[in-house]
Each structure stands twice: as structure tokens, then as C-alpha cells.
Design a protein around this ligand. Sequence first.
Ligand code: NAD
Length: 501
Amino acid sequence: MKDSPSVPGKSLTPLGLVKHLDNKLLIGGKLVNAKNGKSFPVHNPATMDVIGYAAQAEAIDIDQAVEIAKKAQKEWRHVDAINRGRLVAQCGDLLEEHKDELARLMTLETGKALRTESQVESKLFANTFRFYGGLALELKGETIPFSDSMLALTIREPLGVVGAIIAWNVPLLLMSLKVAPALVAGNTVVVKSAEEAPFAVLRAAEIMNTILPPGVLNILSGDGPATGEPLVCHPDVAKVTFTGSVETGKKVYKNSSDKLTPVTLELGGKSPMIVCEDVDLDVVVEGAMTSMRFTRQGQSCTASSRIFVHQAIFDPFLERLKAKLDALKIGDPMDLETDVGAVISPAQHQKILTYIDMGKSAPGATAHACSSLPTDPKLSKGLFVQPVLFTGLPNSHQVCQEEIFGPVTALISWKDFDEAIEQANQSEYGLAATLWTNDLKRALKGVHRLEAGFIQVNQNIVVQPGLSYGGMKSSGIGKEASLEAMLEHFTHKKTIVFNMG
Ligand code: NAD
């Protein structure tokens, strides 16, 4: 094992770091070029400037990364669990030392506001490694009272090489939710980063590789067909863990089924927020701001993009929420005064605007556009969107049924609690839900009836290590962020019987 880590490029600016990582993959502990020499541009969504080029990994690179990871796993699985945990926790400590650098790099490539989003995520990122590092001795089996003359037990073993594919909206957090439990459980990992956000993930892995043995954590960049698909289909990948859209998740599921590879799928959402008439309006409006992840331009799988508000408080709720949104500053994501940055890509920008137009043309609907777009000429090509609150749209409308992944939410009025729950459940998704009431009886009824994997009453915090997170219906299969996630998704159980008779 390595001793005191020395991380290269410590004093580099975000653009300097991109140059350092330009056109590189991380395989076997080293930054290397893709074998075929292909690369693709990565943009700053706030200006649309090209910030650098990411290496396009293809089958030949995937073969190499998986082979090296497979070799490394043969040793890594035999490192005592407590030492694996110690190394992973040490990665958390070192990542925390680099949290500002990682946050700035992430803001550069994603357009997310530094203060409200990237700084928060990079802390959570480091903590996830510490959390899982401390769980190493929980990789326990059971003894079974089978017979007095036999000792029957189960042990937990690692699966092998894990292929991890992630989305761009919270790239570091998503990486940690897959890499940390996989490593602690004794697997090695090949991550495929998202095309839009390859650099922060690559840098984080470079930092971690000053602690981890070579080959234990490898990073590939590239698109879905050339990089993601061959990784999923690789015969030596023993487990696939995926975060992304339902459409891609289904392809990943099909491809994995050909060789019966176990899969975890964390997919999209259209999460409801139900607001009862007995709440403190100021508290619940603040809750809606977080619930809808407005500071992330609504680019969150759990965003409360349907808010069901009791008719008695509908108008004051709308008024106060709009006032809060109007006070947000949309602008340069690197500026610490900025609350809301840009959306990720021209395609996503166009998709959001199309949904806003669709909503506007619905009979009886009103679009309440909030805050204002930046006027700084440096940001004139940036992908900024004003948050929009829709009123007058039925829950059946496309804006209320399809995942927009932008700062657009529909406010729907209700008067009967059971009907509100029923409407909330009328969705193909089942990722998360929030319920706001001070009536315990109603809260209990609601949490039992809501169809979602993660339900919060009177709050909406983001994913936290320790709280199992994952959806039902089209929102996915399996859990992340908890001990259960590590045991169920990154180990298999072996049953052993000793005949002592
Ligand atoms: P996406 O499905 O387009 O891409 C996700 C990843 O899959 C990318 O790395 C992409 O390159 C890769 N990919 C594409 N085609 C592939 C293929 N055929 N085989 C293997 N990999 C392939 O999703 P996106 O637009 O990047 O991300 C947004 C989506 O992610 C939203 O639907 C959002 O709800 C979801 N998401 C879910 C969670 C969660 O925890 N449930 C968290 C964040 C984002």
C-alpha cells in the first residue's frame, strides 16, 4: 500500500486541471490516452466555450481496463476488510482536502452554481467515502441452526469487476455512491463518466489513486454506444450499476440480461410534493425551493416537479414561492453571489423550452416565469433558463407526466387528501415523494399509500449516506447510499456447511 500521498497538479486552476486531464483515461493507476486517439469536446454551459477534450474510450480500452481491474481484484479482495475500509475512508479525507478544487472543476463543466451546488456536492462526495469506509466490518454473514452436527453459515464475497455508468447532473455524488461500496466490499471498478462531465470524476479518481493500489479504480470517458454498451456487455464485468434515464436503463437491463449480470438501475423521476392546508407557509415554501432543486436548474431525479397544494392555501403558496424564485440570482456559476447557473447542454436547453411551450399552449394554463436571465455579455451564449411555475395544468398533461429535468414545476390544486394521493401516484415513476402536514394521522396514511422508494415528511434533503435511496416502478431497481446497498448490490452470499458428525 502507498504511504503519504502526493497529488499532482495541486495548484492548478480549473482550466489548468482540464489541460492536465485533457484526452486522458485512468487505467491501472495511470493517466493514459485512448488507444485509437479519438476525443470529444467538453463545453462550459455558462459560455459554450470548449474547455477541453475528453478521451473517447472504445472496446480496446474497455478490454484493457477490465483486464487490469480483474487482475487487481484478485489481490484487493484479500486485503483485510478493515484495511480496505481504512483506505477508502482515507480517500474521503484526501478528497475533502481537494473539495474546493473539485467543486470548481465540476462547476466549469456542468454550469452548476458553485456556492449552492458544487461546494455542497463535493463535501457530500468526500463523506460518502468516509461513511462506507467505516462499514467494512459489516460485511457479515450468518450462522444457521441447521443441525447439532453441522456448522452452517453464510459469508459475503465480492462480485468481481463492477462496471459503473453515471449521469452528469451530480457526477461526483453518483460516482461515490457506486465506487465507495463496491471497493469496500472487495470489488474493483471501471467507471464510465458522462460525456458532458468527465473531468471532475477523472480528477477525483486521480486523487484516490495516490492511495489505492493501481487497477482498483479505473475511469473511462466516452459515449453510450462506443463505451457504455461494450462495458455493460463485457464478459468479465460481474456487476453493472447504472444511473441515467429510463430509456437507457432499459437498454442496459436488456444487455446485462444476456449474460445474467446483476444490475442496479437508478433512473428518472417525476416526484410529487403534497402540501396540506395546516402547514406553516414559510417553512413549506422554503421546502419547495429545495424539493424542486431550483438552484440546480431542476436537474435532479428527485425534483418535486408536481406540487399538489390544498386549495385553501394555493394562492398564497404560489405568491410566496414566486417571490422566493424571483429573488434568485441566475448568472455566472463560478461567482459566489450566484444562486442558479446554466443547464447542461443545448439539447437539454431546447428540451426544457419545448416543454415550457407545450405547457403554455394548454387551455387554461398559466406559465409564471420567475427571476431574470443574466445580462452579462460574457454569458450571452450560456444555457440559462428562467424557472417556470405552471398553474392550470391537469396532472395528465405531458408537462406533469414526463421528466423534463429542468426548472419547471406544475402547481395542482386539491381539496380531498385521498384524491391528491391518487393523482400523485398517477405516474410511471416512483422515485421520491414529499408530504407536508402537521397532522400525524394524515401523514401516516400518506406515507403508506404513496408509491415511491424514498418519502420524506416535512422536509426534502438530498441523498445522504445512511439513507437507502432508490425507486420503484420505472424509477429503477435496487438501492444506493446505505449498508443495505453495499450488501445487496456489491456482494453475493455463499452458503457453507461443515459436517462435524
Ligand atoms: P442518459 O441515460 O442519457 O445517460 C446516462 C449514462 O448512460 C451516460 O454516461 C451515457 O453515456 C450512458 N449511456 C448511454 N447509452 C448507453 C448504453 N446504450 N449503454 C450503456 N451506457 C449508456 O441520462 P442523462 O441524460 O445523462 O441523465 C439524466 C437522467 O439520469 C435523468 O433521467 C435522471 O432522472 C437520471 N438520474 C437518476 C438518478 C437516480 O439516482 N435515480 C440520479 C441522477 C440522474
